[in-house]
Write a protein that binds this ligand. Structure first.
Ligand code: GLN
Length: 311
């Protein structure tokens, strides 16, 4: 399924060419624990639909999922609540503001524009917490482990969780605002706590590449051969990744890379090239939109070289 490509060689070359292409980027510091990240790290992985996984660079590096966990929350919520319940509470339109903006919430109907900005994912965390209570994080970790095929299971990084939870004025403002207007009809602190835990799940790029390949393979994890989500959920999640995955830089990313993807402020980006493969990159320096500078460059090259747009 890797079309006879020397995928390992392509990843090695891309990693060595792109790892220093971080010009102008700075790692996230608003979560104090992320400010401690080694900005020189770079890792790249690909997972093909025949279940092969390739990695290059600092591929043992663990980093928190941050907003890439919004893919996990949406997939899980769609599986347990269904499309109509989820999309009655969050929209499915791109957002032209930063991921933690409060402006659109107040100006529009107060319903989050989509599930891949903070307000949308806080609402999803709230509905999951409301339904599952204390079981929620364990069930989500099991689900995320299944999406990534990680043996032994993924874990929450408690240091990142505490760091984020104790400095989250902006996310608290979003959540309390939504609660005040009725669009977050769940316990605010409970919703936020689950949201922060999701953002703090530690992963490597190989985990994320396999998660991308599960989405690219219409919901069947090609490594474990376990069906994780329905075909419809995979279509919905990848569809939204195409239009909202890189916040207010999603349009530019569509031009440069053209593959469904989701970024996080830890410096990771997970991609799902439907019918082809999952890809993931990690490089902490971010551009002004909160997306990995070298990560976008590496994916742009890979998209061309591997013809991931299908042409
Ligand atoms: N945990 C981060 C936050 O809530 C996630 C943001 C991101 O990765 N873009 O601010």
């Amino acid at each position: 399924m890797n079309d006879g490509l020397n995928l390992q060689g392509i990843l090695d070359r891309t990693a060595s060419d792109c790892r220093t292409m971080t010009g102008g980027g700075r790692q996230a510091t608003y979560i104090p624990e992320l400010a401690k990240t080694d900005t020189a790290l770079f890792s790249l992985s690909a997972a093909t639909l025949d279940g092969s996984v390739f990695s290059s660079g600092d591929s043992d590096s663990l980093f928190s999922m941050q907003s890439m966990s919004k893919v996990v929350a949406l997939s899980f919520a769609l599986e347990i609540f269904g499309h109509d319940y989820v999309f009655a509470r969050v929209g499915m339109e791109p957002c032209s503001e930063p991921f933690n903006s409060i402006m659109k919430l107040e100006m529009t109907s107060s319903t989050p524009l989509n599930p891949f900005i903070n307000s949308g994912s806080i609402v999803l965390a709230g509905m999951i917490e409301d339904r599952l209570g204390e079981r929620a994080i364990d069930d989500l970790l099991k689900f995320a482990s299944g999406m990534t095929g990680r043996r032994g299971g993924l874990k929450v990084n408690e240091r990142v969780y505490m760091s984020e939870s104790s400095t989250a004025d902006r996310n608290r403002a979003l959540a309390y605002f939504m609660h005040s207007v009725g669009t977050l009809p769940f316990g605010v602190e409970e919703s936020l706590s689950l949201y922060f835990k999701l953002c703090s799940i530690d992963v490597r790029t190989d985990d994320l590449a396999v998660m991308g390949s599960t989405l690219a393979n219409a919901g069947l994890n090609p490594v474990t051969e376990e069906r994780m989500i329905s075909i419809d959920t995979a279509y919905t999640v990848t569809g939204l990744m195409s239009v909202c995955g890189l916040y207010d830089e999603s349009g530019e990313f569509a031009v440069k890379v053209g593959v469904p993807a989701k970024s996080g402020v830890s410096g990771g980006i997970v991609c799902a090239a439907p019918g082809r493969m999952g890809l993931a990159v990690f490089s902490p320096p971010l551009d002004k939109g909160g997306n990995s500078v070298a990560g976008v460059k590496a994916l742009s090259r890979l998209s061309r070289e591997l013809k991931l747009r299908g042409m």
